[in-house]
Design a binder for this molecule. Structure first.
Ligand SMILES: [Zn+2]
Length: 523
């Protein structure tokens, strides 16, 4: 356990250093598996079904995994059992979270299918629902709230299985009995109306029973960290000194039956007093799976020319941002329409739109959102092209840029803060993760074409808290075409010829992305 805490502290330190937000953690048999996730459908209001990257999770669980592309099946095996998850992978049709089953062979506890959300394949990365995978291999998955930790305990971790407890009442005395290996140990604690039997190194199915006889109300069995806890609730008061119950054992060779009798007048041996908070944790409740509608497959590109109207954006004696980006946007529209692509402009003339109005254009029935801007800097020597995806900037100084593009002044700071909240709230969201992967692919494609077509300095693909792309449901980028404040670049940006070159390169970058189905690299 100390190892987990140390690793967590290290991880949190690293996370702060790189200015990235992490909400939750995943541990398999006590070891953090940082590369695996977890991820959630946070935007679907579902934080109960945690997903993980399939490859690192399988490795941590001692499983082999392969993707059977022809069947769209993610297949896990431990050499004895196989578990097959159907996967949704048609990203062009929209990301879908769908209910499904995992097929297991041989069956687990008599069941050959277990309920599970479908696995997901996005941009070459497979994501698998964690709890169903753990169950398919007779392991357990849990949630440690105070450490924000999703746990997976594989079956190999547990010493023995405890069958369902037996209950009955005879002559006014209620009995709860459970069979364990003769070599296994256990502990008993009691207080108030609760008696707890704890079996270290054991595993069991979770059980929640209403008994409702003369002495008992409920019985529940919970798992956690390789320990099974059996809690019995009584109608009468229990005294750990041994009043109100009696613990006994029956040896049957390899098996030992542990039983507890309950009645108000019973007197038995003293047990430990039950400390508050020792009750077994409630099992993780999984929220119902929401099914999203699948949008029609169309090729629609949204082009957002920055600023406009009373907002000139960056300006210098050489060029004004709002005119440069409008001209490039109109040229880009013509080029894409020539390729049969539907283009939607947020503005087609010198009109001012708020960033909120602009971001509404990035709805999920469109394929790509491209926001076009130009830069300015105090230093006249600054020059070059850069393309942004949404996210916390890695260089703290970059935040000034976000504030300026988010409207500047107090409004720019407020919108930047709101964008930061979005980045924090959605850290770990599987759809956001996928959308960011695609946005990066799009950004890399566009940046490469822009730099090679213009010969401009390559300032790279970066992330920043640009409000206009904060909530995009589709791949969304913000391009800075160059610095109007640089004498050479500023003069070029004002020319029709250079604007046409930029538009052609933007079109080539977007087309390459769309034609590859949004995938530029397998990870
Ligand atoms: Zn701008």
């Amino acid at each position: 356990m100390a190892r987990i805490f140390l690793a967590l502290i290290l991880l949190l330190t690293l996370a702060c250093a790189s200015a990235q937000q992490r909400h939750n953690y995943l541990a398999v048999d006590g070891d953090l598996v940082d590369a695996a996730g977890p991820y959630y459908f946070i935007e679907h209001g579902d934080s109960a079904n945690a997903f993980a990257r399939a490859a690192p999770l399988a490795e941590a669980m001692g499983l082999k995994v392969e993707y059977l592309a022809d069947q769209r099946v993610l297949r896990f095996t431990d050499g004895f059992r196989t578990a097959r998850f159907r996967a949704t992978s048609d990203v062009a049709a929209g990301l879908v979270k769908a209910p499904g089953v995992v097929s297991v062979d041989p069956p687990v506890e008599g069941e050959s299918t277990l309920a599970s959300p479908m696995a997901i394949l996005v941009d070459g990365v497979s994501y698998v629902p964690i709890a169903p995978l753990a169950r398919a291999f007779e392991g357990e998955s849990g949630w440690v709230g105070d450490r924000r930790l999703v746990t997976v305990d594989t079956a190999t971790r547990f010493g023995y299985a405890i069958p369902r407890p037996r209950t009955g009442i005879t002559d006014g005395v209620s009995r709860v009995a459970v069979d364990i290996p003769a070599s296994a140990g256990y502990q008993v604690a009691a207080d108030g109306s609760t008696l707890l039997l704890v079996f270290p190194g054991a595993r069991s199915e979770d059980v929640s029973l209403t008994i409702d006889d003369a002495n008992l109300t409920t019985l529940s069995v919970g798992n956690g960290n390789g320990t099974v806890s059996l809690a019995v609730r009584t109608r009468h008061e229990l005294d750990p000194a041994g009043r109100g119950f009696r613990v006994g054992e029956v040896d049957k060779g390899d098996v030992r039956t542990v039983y507890v009798d309950f009645a108000p007048g019973l007197v038995g041996a003293a047990v430990m007093a039950l400390a508050t908070g020792d009750a077994p944790a409630a099992p993780v409740v999984e929220a119902p799976v929401a099914l999203t509608t699948v949008p029609e497959q169309r090729q629609v590109v949204v082009i957002d020319a920055g600023h406009g109207g009373h907002d000139p954006g960056a300006s210098s004696r050489y060029a004004t941002e709002k005119w440069v980006v409008l001209s490039v946007a109109l040229k880009l529209k013509a080029l894409l329409e020539r390729e049969g692509i539907e283009v939607i402009l947020t503005r087609g003339d010198d009109t001012f739109l708020t960033l909120q109005q602009r971001s509404l254009f990035s709805s999920s029935d469109r394929n790509v959102f491209v926001s076009i801007h130009a830069n300015a800097a105090h230093s006249a020597s600054a020059h070059g092209i850069e393309t942004f995806v949404f996210g916390e900037p890695l260089e703290p100084g970059m935040i000034e840029r976000a504030i300026r593009e988010n409207g500047g002044g107090a409004e720019g700071e407020a919108l930047t803060a709101e964008a930061r909240r979005v980045a924090t709230d959605l850290a770990g969201d599987i759809l956001r993760e996928a959308q960011l992967n695609f946005s990066r692919s799009l950004a890399e494609s566009v940046q490469r074409h822009l730099v090679s077509a213009t010969g401009a300095a390559d300032r790279g693909v970066r992330s920043n808290l640009f409000y206009v792309i904060r909530n995009a449901r589709i791949p969304a980028i913000l391009v800075e075409l160059g610095f109007v404040s640089n004498p050479e670049e500023g003069r070029k940006l004002a020319t029709e010829a250079y604007q046409q070159t930029l538009a052609r390169a933007l079109a080539d970058g977007v087309l390459e992305f769309l034609r590859n189905g949004g995938i530029t690299a397998q990870r």
